[in-house]
Ligand binder design. Structure first.
Ligand code: 9WN
Length: 428
């Protein structure tokens, strides 16, 4: 495998800062040079989390610049385009045409989709760990209303199943694009007529029609005028993802603690926490894990992926459910048979592919989320294994986008921002 001379903590920290500085545009951090030249939604929340203990102001700026892309509907877009390199990524602004929509912001171009709502948890993390308390409190007061709008949007326009969960309407919204959790839903789509291609496909992305289907979904939604009624009644992809909803629940818990700081009532978020937890247990729990529910086909995903553990982020998840999840996580299906934490897909699954993005490799952000889940459930040994294993990955292979779960070699982009930022948090 690719390996570097042993790097001590101080040197690793300096390398992480160098990556973050190189990827900094002046107001935001792009995920990686080259392939991702814009601001991505959940990437920025992870960057803010990583910066939280070290630079309150810059962590805040990261969230502020992302929320500058928020639509009047409350939706926080999955990409906020950099004005200079606007078409340096496909699909760019000319595909999304955000400016044609009356609710989009005027100052920036954005995509029309969202990503996991980690923002309130990231704001809570900044507030909880800030060295600069005054800046953190001012930030909470400034951003709180925007997060209320975001959560209202999810609870109204995205409860497509009517059961209290938010549905994703595109695999890109999960942040785990090519996860096998969406395979059956994508295969069930009507035949695709558009034949868009990325200008530069990374060599290890699968050469099949998945990207055409991604484009057809995005264009169908765009052509409806980003209409919530179209999403509810016609859009062919609607999935209740356990990771997206587990993150949403954790963000609602964060809002209950941030509400008093912002002078707001925490009551609605206490209720939201209960509602989402019940819905997760009733709608997605099956055979020892949480599974993605395809609302159009009316079935749960047969494949067990890293997303199945998302609801462990809930501090109030019943203990016996947490114990069952941990059993699966530590078994040979995931951590037990891998050299490094945590494969993004169950190893024994037919779809498992150790070299292909969300179909097998280990990701720093997923490890960080599971480590957080272990911490909230008072599982220090698991938290330690996740933290140490993640640091071993970046120490050996650098701040790569993802890693081979067996030998730890790096995959995808180099100098990847969330891998660097979350390393700073893990080193603290
Ligand atoms: C589409 C930016 C994003 C991450 C996702 C990751 C990948 C984009 C892509 O890169 O998705 O949004 O081009 O495949 O899967 O998690 O936010 O880093």
């Amino acid at each position: 495998m690719e390996s570097r001379a042993a790097v001590d903590d101080a040197a690793l920290g300096r390398e992480a800062w160098a990556v973050l500085d190189a990827n900094w545009t002046g107001s935001a951090t792009v995920p990686a040079p080259g392939l991702y030249p814009h601001q991505w939604n959940w990437d920025s929340t992870f960057v803010a989390i990583g910066l939280a203990r070290w630079d309150t102001r810059r962590a805040g700026t990261e969230l502020i610049s992302l929320l500058a892309g928020q639509w009047g509907t409350g939706m926080v877009p999955h990409i906020v385009f950099h004005p200079v390199h606007a078409e340096g990524y496909f699909p760019g602004p000319s595909v999304w045409r955000s400016r044609d929509h009356p609710a989009s912001p005027h100052a920036v171009c954005t995509s029309g989709l969202t990503q996991p709502p980690l923002h309130a948890l990231a704001l809570w993390w900044i507030w909880r760990h800030a060295a600069d308390r005054d800046t953190a409190v001012a930030l909470v007061r400034r951003l709180y209303p925007m997060l209320v709008a975001q959560h209202d949007y999810l609870a109204t326009s995205r409860d497509l199943g009517g059961g209290g969960l938010a549905a994703i309407v595109h695999p890109w919204e999960s942040g785990m694009d090519d996860s096998p959790a969406w395979d059956a839903s994508l295969e069930a789509l009507p035949p695709v007529r558009h034949a868009y291609r990325r200008s530069e496909e990374p060599a290890d992305r699968r050469p099949d029609s998945r990207h055409d289907r991604y484009m057809a979904l995005a264009l169908g939604y765009r052509d409806s005028g980003y209409d919530p009624a179209y999403l509810r009644d016609e859009h062919p992809f609607a999935v209740e993802d356990p990771m997206f909803n587990g993150i949403w629940l954790a963000s609602c818990q964060a809002l209950t603690e941030l509400a008093p700081v912002a002078g707001a009532d925490a009551g609605p978020y206490r209720e939201a926490v209960e509602r989402i937890r019940s819905a997760l247990l009733e709608r997605l729990w099956d055979d020892g894990v949480f599974r993605a529910r395809d609302l159009r086909e009316g079935r749960l995903s047969p494949v067990c992926t890293i997303g199945c553990f998302g609801p462990m982020l809930d501090q109030g998840m019943p203990g016996e459910r947490v114990a069952e999840l941990v059993r699966v996580l530590e078994s040979a299906r995931f951590m037990g048979a891998a050299g490094y934490p945590v494969p993004s897909c169950e190893i024994r699954a037919q779809q498992f592919d150790r070299s292909c993005y969300w179909r097998g490799p280990s990701w720093v952000n997923a490890n960080w989320l599971l480590r957080r889940a272990a911490a909230v459930h008072d599982l220090p040994a698991l938290a330690r294994v996740l933290g140490a294993g993640t640091l071993r990955l970046v120490r050996q292979a650098g701040f790569r986008e993802c890693f081979d779960p067996f030998d730890g070699s790096g995959r995808g982009s180099r100098d990847f921002s969330w891998s660097a930022a979350l390393t700073l948090d893990l080193l603290a």
